[in-house]
Design a binder for this molecule. Structure first.
Ligand code: AMP
Ligand code: GLY
Length: 420
């Protein structure tokens, strides 16, 4: 079987690593891939957003199955395009992926189907948004409606900050059209977890939980990033809570999407706050999370190709999905300056010195230059390890981190601290 993975980050490296273990796979391609992925897959220089280029490549190469990592091609309708050409693809349609592409739509759907989430209002007029903020008070959360690569959420502690965020999104269009509509939300307090699930549109099977670390500095300080590390399982996990989340959040959202003529197949990601009043949804994503997937796939026992085929054929209910009891942890090594500006093209050393079979180095922003692995993005590597428990997984990951170096390298020293 020939497989194409779309994307080029740590999540896609983890997907390529896991898919390549399937005895069904003969060839694996990745577009555009990165400096680590090209050691396992054949990387092809087509951008993830170039869905026309991707469909042409898949037709030419007779790709049997395409697996999509990032959100942009989903929202552009990559699934419909591939299906229209008779190509098998593991991705929700653009209409289904709107659960991530429009926060307003996601909130309205949650409201309609009684899925627990923060109280909110959706606004297309800045003055109305400010009126709502004045009526409901602070702290509150101001969210751009559209895709904003993690930059669309402002947690405002004061009225001034909240109104400033509204002006920036709606009047100055700091995020382009993504911010022309906003969601204003009640501020929730609790512990955050990421719960991803496989779904064929009928059955929902949650994966093991993860927790990511969005802030750039230790102690959850500094600006938000795409994620500085993740681990699984978080301490708050219980089978009862997992069941509750499946029954009150994951199944209802998939059913609601079907009712709304947005039939959903693929991976659904719920970012949750475990509040005193129970789990509440912060956001849905229509894809695997990054870096969560790097930790979670290390724990997946079942052949991922088997799971994907079962989903595409609507027989997830009869398919067993099993997980290792061990814990996993992923420490992201980032370029100094990220999430602001940073240098690129810097040599990475020490990669070949890591021999521990429980450690995988997933590449994110890397490239090959003159046969050398160099940095090419903000998040550079996801050093990921398995261990008997989170503590052991973390210590193996950090032991590996000590052997790797590149100029200006920055990483958090406290990944997983909430689990210890
Ligand atoms: P989102 O992209 O919607 O998940 O938001 C990014 C981050 O903002 C989340 O991971 C939370 O840390 C924070 N956040 C979002 N919504 C809320 C909320 N209603 N209350 C408190 N924090 C929130
Ligand atoms: N780690 C959060 C996300 O993938 O959106």
């Amino acid at each position: 079987m020939k497989i194409l993975v779309v994307g080029g980050g740590g999540r896609e490296h983890a997907l390529v690593w896991k898919l390549a273990q399937s005895p069904k796979v003969t060839n694996i391609y990745c577009a555009p891939g990165n400096g680590g992925i090209c050691q396992t897959a054949k990387c092809v220089p087509i951008a993830a957003e170039n869905i026309e280029g991707l469909v042409r490549f898949a037709l030419e190469q007779k790709i049997d199955l395409t697996v999509v990592g990032p959100e942009a091609p989903l929202v552009l309708g990559i699934a419909e395009l591939f299906q229209a050409h008779g190509l098998r693809i593991f991705a929700p349609t653009g209409r289904a992926a709107a659960i991530e592409g429009s926060k307003g739509l996601a909130k309205d759907l949650m409201y309609k189907y009684h899925i627990p989430t923060a109280r909110y209002g959706v606004f297309e007029e800045p003055e109305m948004a400010k009126l709502y903020i004045r009526d409901n008070g602070v702290p509150c959360v101001v969210k751009a409606d559209g895709l904003a690569a993690g930059k669309g959420v402002i947690v405002a502690m004061t009225m001034e900050e909240a109104c400033r965020a509204v002006d920036s999104f709606m009047n100055e269009l700091s995020l382009g059209v993504a911010g022309s509509k906003v969601v204003i939300e009640e501020f929730l307090v609790g512990e955050e977890v990421s719960v991803m699930a496989f779904t064929d549109g009928k059955t929902v099977k949650p994966m093991v939980w993860a927790q990511d670390h969005k802030r750039v500095y230790d102690g959850d300080q500094g600006p938000n990033t795409g994620g500085m590390g993740a681990y699984s399982p978080p301490k708050m996990y219980t089978p009862e809570l997992d069941k509750q989340i499946t029954e009150t959040i994951l199944q209802p959202v998939i059913e609601g999407l079907t009712w709304e003529n947005r039939f959903y197949q693929g991976v659904i990601y719920a970012g949750l706050m475990l509040t005193a009043g129970g789990p509440k949804v912060l956001e849905f994503n229509a894809r695997f999370g990054d870096p969560e997937t790097q930790a979670v796939l290390m724990r997946l026992e079942t052949d991922l190709v088997d799971i994907i085929e079962a989903i595409l054929e609507g027989r997830l209910a009869e398919t067993s999905v099993t997980w290792r009891d061990e814990a996993a942890a992923c420490v992201v090594l980032a370029s100094g300056g990220y999430p602001g500006s940073y240098r690129k093209g810097l040599s990475i050393t020490g990669l070949e010195s890591i021999q521990d079979p429980d450690v995988q180095i997933f590449h994110a922003g890397t490239a090959i230059k003159d046969g050398q692995v160099v940095t090419s993005g903000g998040r550079v590597l996801g050093v990921t390890a398995l261990g008997a428990d989170v503590r052991e997984a973390l210590s193996k990951a950090y032991r590996a981190v000590e052997k790797i170096n590149f100029p200006d390298m920055h990483y958090r020293k406290d990944i997983g601290y909430r689990a210890l």
